[in-house]
Every structure is written in structure tokens, then in C-alpha cells.
Design a protein around this ligand. Structure first.
Ligand code: 5GP
Length: 120
């Protein structure tokens, strides 16, 4: 699968579609999910064109990878999620239920977020 530069998150990165931004630096943009599944539901996306978490791991530079995870740490601290914990989810591909083909990490927290896989 090749990267589709018209996916919704690419358009958010280009400023063509607004987002409720919570954090931004050289490597990432983070914004509130439009349909939150928890009291805190933030999406963290790299600024580079990566389809999925495995594509990011295979192709991103060390600085991009470090920057991505440092941003998650920063957001978790800033939103007070570190004391009681939170969950990160990277849905990947068809079986993983990925809807938007630009790598993104969901940060879910602000309360108990339930079982790891609903229905399991
Ligand atoms: P996925 O299933 O690909 O892991 O998750 C995609 C997420 O993007 C969903 O949670 C969905 O609510 C969110 N989303 C889709 N379109 C938009 C949008 O235009 N703005 C924002 N902020 N979130 C979106």
C-alpha cells in the first residue's frame, strides 16, 4: 500500500482541515480525537508520511522515533495521566481496524479505559 497524501490526517497537517491541537513540535502534531472514547482521547501523529506503526518503525529516522515517543511522554505528563496510567493504541491495517492511513497513536485516559480488547 502506498501513502495517500489526501488522507484526513495529511490534510490536517497541511492546515486544510482544522483540528483541536494539544501539542506540536518539529516531529509530531497531537490533537483531540473528534469522537472521543475516553475522557482524554488524543491522537499523536508524525509529521512525516508514514502509513502505520510498522512503516514508521521501518522508515523513520532515530530522531523522528525518539521525538514521537518523547511527545507521548510530554503529553501524558501535561495532561496528568502519569499518576494513574493511560493506554496507547496503534490500530494497524485491516485486521487492526485502522481507518486513517497515516500512522497515529491513540492516547486514552482520564479514567479506567476497560479491557484491552473489548469483548475478549
Ligand atoms: P483508527 O481507527 O484509524 O485507529 O482511528 C482513527 C481515529 O481518527 C478515530 O478515532 C476517529 O474518531 C478519528 N478521526 C477521524 N477523522 C477525524 C478528524 O477529522 N479529526 C479528528 N480530530 N479526528 C478524526
Amino acid at each position: 500500500m502506498t501513502y495517500d497524501s489526501n488522507n484526513i490526517f495529511a490534510r490536517i497537517l497541511r492546515g486544510e482541515i482544522p483540528c483541536d491541537r494539544v501539542y506540536e513540535d518539529d516531529h509530531v502534531l497531537a490533537f483531540n480525537d473528534i469522537a472521543p472514547q475516553a475522557p482524554v482521547h488524543i491522537l499523536v501523529i508524525p509529521k512525516g508520511d508514514y502509513l502505520s506503526i510498522d512503516d514508521f518503525g521501518a522508515k523513520a529516522s532515530a530522531a523522528e522515533i525518539k521525538g514521537f515517543f518523547a511527545a507521548i511522554d510530554h503529553i501524558a505528563a501535561a495532561r496528568g495521566l502519569k499518576a494513574n496510567g493511560f493506554r496507547c493504541i496503534a490500530n494497524t491495517g485491516t485486521h487492526g481496524g485502522q481507518e486513517v492511513p497515516h500512522f497515529h497513536m491513540h492516547i486514552l485516559g482520564g479514567g479506567p479505559v476497560g479491557r484491552m480488547v473489548p469483548g475478549a
